[in-house]
Design a protein around this ligand. Structure first.
Ligand code: ATP
Length: 365
């Protein structure tokens, strides 16, 4: 086990015309489970491959524990990687697949190797599959074998590259829990790449969000959800997405009123408004999550009027699509059932309102 330090890591392709990873600095403490998430092409896989030693950084450094591993080959780094496509040897049995990594990297006796494979197979509940070949296994079983092969070596670091993408939704949920259980029991520092923000939020002790090769934010999932550092993170994390409304700030000594060009008007209380560094007339973007939009009495003094486009029941709650902004959604109780085209009034949970600079997207709170 070991901590990982990523320092100013950069990866260029095509003589610098593509910057896949741009000045990435990260600290992963010993035993922590970190998820890395971001849209397609943001540099997740490249980052992971550089940590694994499969790709050489253009610049920057990697430390595993006290050791600088930047110049080490993949084999020298005590790291195990689990891939989306399992990467099992098709002609070897499950036992041989799992034992292979051990033969390459340690000088254990045959008996010790067997013992370790059986220990890992038991951890993964695949003891009865040991004599089978990969093509006799289901997708879920193959991924268990791939995980077993990773843990049998007891590496310093686990790297996961979208390991559950090929599994159906139900199996994915089971395997998520399984990977978390394993990581808890073994306490191995882990980095888990996914494009699925929900997976990243539920699995990570810490979540790392990338866009265009650059780190956007890192922190505990709930902190990132509640206090996104910019509108990209606010919109990327959470489903359905955070609602955004472009507004102009009207500031006086005692209030901050946000208006748009039509009939949107929302005022922030004095105490809250004082915390925000905006100028009178500044163009900003208001962000509010669907669950923080609530029905209000018509004519209430801080209500926003809206026309209902669509009511979408999801069982426990209803989603109301409102004409306040593009795809503006309120998540309300299942017994709030307005008709399409009905005019309703909503208000926001003020402490959950986020304000962003419209030009840079940076949070103003
Ligand atoms: P996805 O979720 O689609 O797998 P990703 O976040 O893992 O994407 P990367 O695969 O790391 O993204 O790619 C980051 C950027 O670097 C992309 O613009 C990609 O096209 C580019 N890239 C990756 N590998 C190479 C390569 N070998 N040569 C040139 N460009 C590359």
């Amino acid at each position: 086990m070991a901590s990982l330090r990523v320092e100013n890591l950069r990866k260029e392709y095509n003589r610098g015309s593509i910057v896949a990873v741009d000045d990435l600095t990260l600290e992963v403490p010993d035993g922590e489970f970190v998820t890395v998430v971001g849209p397609s092409g943001c540099g997740k896989t490249t980052t992971l491959r550089m940590i694994a030693g499969l790709e050489k950084p253009t610049s920057g450094a990697l430390h595993l524990g006290d050791e600088d591993v930047t110049e080490q080959s993949a084999r020298e780094r005590d790291i195990a990687m689990v891939f989306q496509n399992y990467a099992l040897y098709p002609h070897k049995t499950v036992f041989q697949n799992m034992a292979f990594g051990l033969r390459m990297s340690t000088d254990l006796s045959k008996g010790e190797r067997e013992q370790k494979v059986h220990w890992a197979a038991e951890m993964m509940g695949i003891e009865d599959l040991l004599e089978k070949k990969p093509d006799e296994l289901s997708g879920g079983q193959k991924q268990r074998v791939a995980l077993g092969r990773a843990i049998v070596r007891e590496p310093k670091l686990f790297l996961f590259d979208e390991p559950l993408s090929n599994l159906d939704a139900k199996l994915r949920t089971t395997m998520r829990a399984e990977i978390q259980r394993l990581q808890n029991e073994l306490g191995i520092t882990s980095i888990y790449v996914t494009h699925d923000q929900e997976e990243a939020m539920t699995m990570g002790d810490k979540i790392v969000i990338l866009e265009d090769g650059e780190l956007q934010q890192t922190g505990a999932p709930k902190d990132v959800y509640d206090r996104p550092t910019n509108s990209f993170v606010g919109g990327f994390i959470g489903s359905p997405s955070m609602n955004f409304v472009d507004v102009v700030a009207r500031k006086s000594d005692s209030s901050l009123v946000l208006t748009d060009e039509v009939d949107f008007r929302y005022s922030l209380s004095e105490a809250y408004a004082n915390e925000i560094a905006v100028e009178d007339g500044q163009e900003i973007t208001l962000g509010i999550r669907p669950e923080d939009v609530h029905p209000a009495d018509p004519g209430s003094d801080n209500g926003v009027e809206a026309t209902v486009d669509v009511v979408e029941p999801i069982g426990s709650d209803n989603y109301l699509y409102l004409d306040i902004g593009p795809d503006f959604i309120a998540r309300v109780a299942a017994d709030v059932e307005p008709e399409p085209d009905e005019r309703i009034t909503v208000t926001f949970d003020e402490s959950k309102v986020r304000l962003f600079d419209r030009e840079t997207g940076d949070s103003l709170l």
